[in-house]
Structure formats: structure tokens, C-alpha cells
Design a protein around this ligand. Structure first.
Ligand SMILES: O=C(O)CCC(=O)C(=O)O
Ligand SMILES: [Fe+2]
Length: 215
């Protein structure tokens, strides 16, 4: 049962994160959100930024959307077989206690001035046609982990409007959240957006974990 899996993954991952002395719990209404400062060092951040810079193409969205400005950043999927990417993946897997194959490819994202990702949930909307494929390749996105690789001079905050939270990018800082509620329901309080960058550039990587093996 999918709900059982989401309940179990919610519990085991959040228990593991709470037991880690380097992890801070971020208090937001109705969410389980965690933060780890300096999760990546400047060399790791710089290496990922260079890869994103080389491979970036306009970002895409899953659901058909009339708003052409919904996600205006550039992104790329980083090759999981690349030894450097593999090492970063392994570090995130270990932090959350996830199996490598539950994780989608690490996605690099770059926001220039004015670029943004409007409010959305990372979980899949099961009434959308794309879900018929996604349910067969790993099911729901249970947890999200994202890491800021640098910090724009202004703008680019990650806003969680339903939870009443605003996170300012800090190079190397990881954020992780449970996309489900403790009852295994898709949690609408995880709604989030990347606010437009107003000065400088913002680079991040995101790892979305599935209930089952994605690859
Ligand atoms: O760039 C951000 O702050 C948010 C990115 C995001 O929502 C995602 O990667 O799913
Ligand atoms: Fe997101």
C-alpha cells in the first residue's frame, strides 16, 4: 500500500535526521523540514556549479501549464555514473538513509536575475496523465533534498508559504523535507517556490527520492 510506504519512509528518515547532531529541525507549520549547514564544502559546490554551467538547458515541468513563466530557470540532470556526482549522491543517500536507486538523478538548477520557480509541490499529482508512467517507475516522491551551491546577492529565497517559512540560500547548506504527512498523505503544507533572483546567480542541486527504486 503506497500510504504505508510513505508512513514508513517518513518515520525512518525523520528519525535518522533527528538523531544526527549536525541536523537542525526547521520549525514550519505542518511540515517536517530539516537543515544541514556546510553539508558540501566550497570545492564540492564549485565542482557542481561548473557541471551545471556546462550542461544547463531550459527547465521543464511535469504538468501542462498555461503559465510560460512558471519555471524560468535552467537545469540539467547530472550523470550518476560520474565518480564526482556518485560521491555527492552517496553522501545525500547516507544522510537520509535512502537506497541509491530510490533517488532520481541529481538535478542541477541555475537561476539568473529574474528567474524563478513558482509555488509547487514536489509530489506527483495523481490525476495528471504523467502519473501513469511515474507510478510504474518508483511511485511518489517521498523526500526532497536540495543543496544551495552559492548565494545570490539578493532574492532567490526558497519560500514555503503554507508553512510560513522563508529560507535564504547559503552556499553548502542542505534542506530536506518529507513530502508526505506522518499519516502518509501528500502534504499540501510542503508547497514551495524559488523567489526570483534580483541580484547575482543562484545554483542548487535537488535530489528527489521515490517510494521504490527509480532506476
Ligand atoms: O530553488 C529552490 O529554492 C527550490 C527548488 C525546487 O523547488 C525543487 O528543486 O524542487
Ligand atoms: Fe520543488
Amino acid at each position: 500500500m503506497p500510504a504505508d510506504k510513505l508512513i514508513e519512509l517518513g518515520k525512518t528518515v525523520s528519525r535518522r535526521l533527528r538523531a544526527n547532531p549536525q541536523v537542525q529541525v526547521v520549525e514550519g507549520a505542518g511540515t517536517e523540514l530539516f537543515c544541514f549547514q556546510n553539508f558540501l564544502d566550497p570545492l564540492e559546490c564549485g565542482g557542481l556549479v561548473a557541471m551545471i554551467d556546462a550542461d544547463r538547458v531550459p527547465s521543464t515541468v511535469y504538468a501542462t501549464n498555461d503559465d510560460k513563466h512558471f519555471r524560468t530557470s535552467e537545469s540539467c540532470n547530472l550523470a550518476r555514473t560520474h565518480p564526482f556526482v556518485h560521491a555527492i549522491d552517496a553522501k545525500i543517500d547516507h544522510l537520509l538513509g535512502m537506497k541509491n536507486r530510490q533517488g532520481e538523478s541529481l538535478q542541477g538548477q541555475r537561476y539568473a536575475i529574474g528567474q524563478e520557480f513558482k509555488a509547487h509541490h514536489d509530489w506527483f499529482h495523481v490525476e495528471q496523465p504523467y502519473w501513469q508512467d511515474e507510478r510504474k517507475r518508483g511511485g511518489q516522491r517521498c523526500w526532497t533534498a536540495m543543496i544551495y551551491l552559492d548565494q545570490p546577492e539578493s532574492g532567490g529565497e526558497t519560500s514555503f508559504p503554507a508553512a510560513g517559512l522563508m529560507v535564504t540560500p547559503r552556499a553548502g547548506m542542505l534542506l530536506a523535507w518529507n513530502n508526505a504527512s506522518p499519516e502518509g498523505k501528500l502534504n499540501s503544507a510542503t508547497l514551495h517556490a524559488s523567489l526570483p533572483v534580483t541580484s547575482g546567480i543562484k545554483n542548487i542541486v535537488t535530489k528527489w527520492y521515490r517510494e521504490r527504486f527509480w532506476c
